[in-house]
Design a protein around this ligand. Structure first.
Ligand SMILES: NC(=O)c1ccc[n+]([C@@H]2O[C@H](COP(=O)([O-])OP(=O)(O)OC[C@H]3O[C@@H](n4cnc5c(N)ncnc54)[C@H](OP(=O)(O)O)[C@@H]3O)[C@@H](O)[C@H]2O)c1
Length: 265
């Protein structure tokens, strides 16, 4: 028996057209799962679908939905069940980070981050949780961050850190409620990973440090035990573990595929 085999399992990856979500969708497909990716922009979803076909030959489905809108999340869940059948894996890889110094925080952006980074995870957990309860089995994997555990010296991360700390506690609370239904709820907390979401942030930090983006990325890697920053593909193993039978007795945990940052942070 291969504990990590996902053959016959169906998965939904919210944020599946994003840098991390697409890599995790690829990993799930390579482990044998059938996957539906979802996010708001249909063009990005189509592009991700074509790239996944080219990269690993998988016929991934997509459905455009705003995960901060409860009605759309309910429809996403219904659509996934109608197209794929029983779903047993939900990956929440949506969210964003807008940085403002706390003394000057744009409160509209703060609320939008709460919505995308935490409320949307509750909404997907509500509707997919009902489906998982009916089936007596399910795996929920939430994208947290090292920033849910360690704040940054550099200013600007108040909202992001707060939402990711909330992801860790939501994960624990849902694990407690869903455990009796045979459903595990875990999170994974990467350190910085170069994805489209990070381009502007790398440019901003490089400027602040008076270095090029490449030099900034090297500097960041130098401070980590593994001496490099991670890639989206570095996160696949953790996601497969948390999506597979290998983790059936692990719930309420945040794992850190972070090159060792939180070991020294
Ligand atoms: N990259 C990093 O360094 C890093 C480190 C630690 C944790 N993380 C976390 O990992 C997750 C993915 O990050 P990423 O770097 O892959 O970002 P990304 O490349 O920007 O991808 C984010 C994805 O989420 C989708 N999304 C955003 N808001 C949404 C909403 N309201 N409803 C549905 N989909 C939505 C985006 O698509 P649309 O805009 O089309 O909806 C996109 O597909 C986030 O939770 C992030 O905080 C990232």
């Amino acid at each position: 028996m291969n504990l990590f085999d996902l053959t016959g399992k169906n998965a939904v990856v919210v944020g599946g057209a994003g840098g991390i979500g697409q890599a995790l969708a690829k990993g799930l497909c390579q482990a044998g799962a059938r996957v539906m990716i979802s996010s708001r922009n249909e063009e990005s979803l189509k592009k991700a679908q074509a790239e996944l076909k080219a990269e690993c030959g998988a016929d991934v489905l997509y459905y455009a939905a705003d995960a901060t809108d409860e009605g759309q999340v309910e429809k996403l869940c219904a659509e996934a069940v109608s197209k794929l059948g029983k779903i047993s894996i939900l990956i929440n890889a949506q969210g964003f980070n807008k940085k403002f110094e706390a003394l000057d925080f744009d409160m509209t952006a703060f609320r939008a981050m709460l919505d995308a980074n935490i409320t949307s995870l509750m909404m997907t957990a509500k509707y997919f949780g009902r489906h998982f309860k009916e089936n007596g089995y399910g795996k929920i994997v939430n994208l947290s961050s090292v920033r849910g555990k360690i704040a940054t010296k550099a200013a600007g991360n108040a909202a992001y850190c707060a939402t990711k700390g909330a992801v860790d506690m939501l994960t624990k609370a849902l694990a407690a409620e869903y455990g009796p239904f045979g459903v595990t709820v875990n999170a994974m907390g990467p350190n910085i990973v170069p994805t489209p979401a990070m381009t502007a942030i790398f440019e901003m930090r490089a400027k602040e440090n008076n270095v090029t983006v490449e030099e900034y990325i090297k500097m960041q890697g130098a401070g980590i035990p593994m001496r490099r920053i991670g890639t989206a593909d570095d996160l696949i193993g953790t996601a497969i573990y948390l999506s597979s039978a290998a983790s059936d007795y692990m719930t309420g945990c945040t794992l850190y595929p972070d090159g060792g940052l939180t070991a020294i942070g």
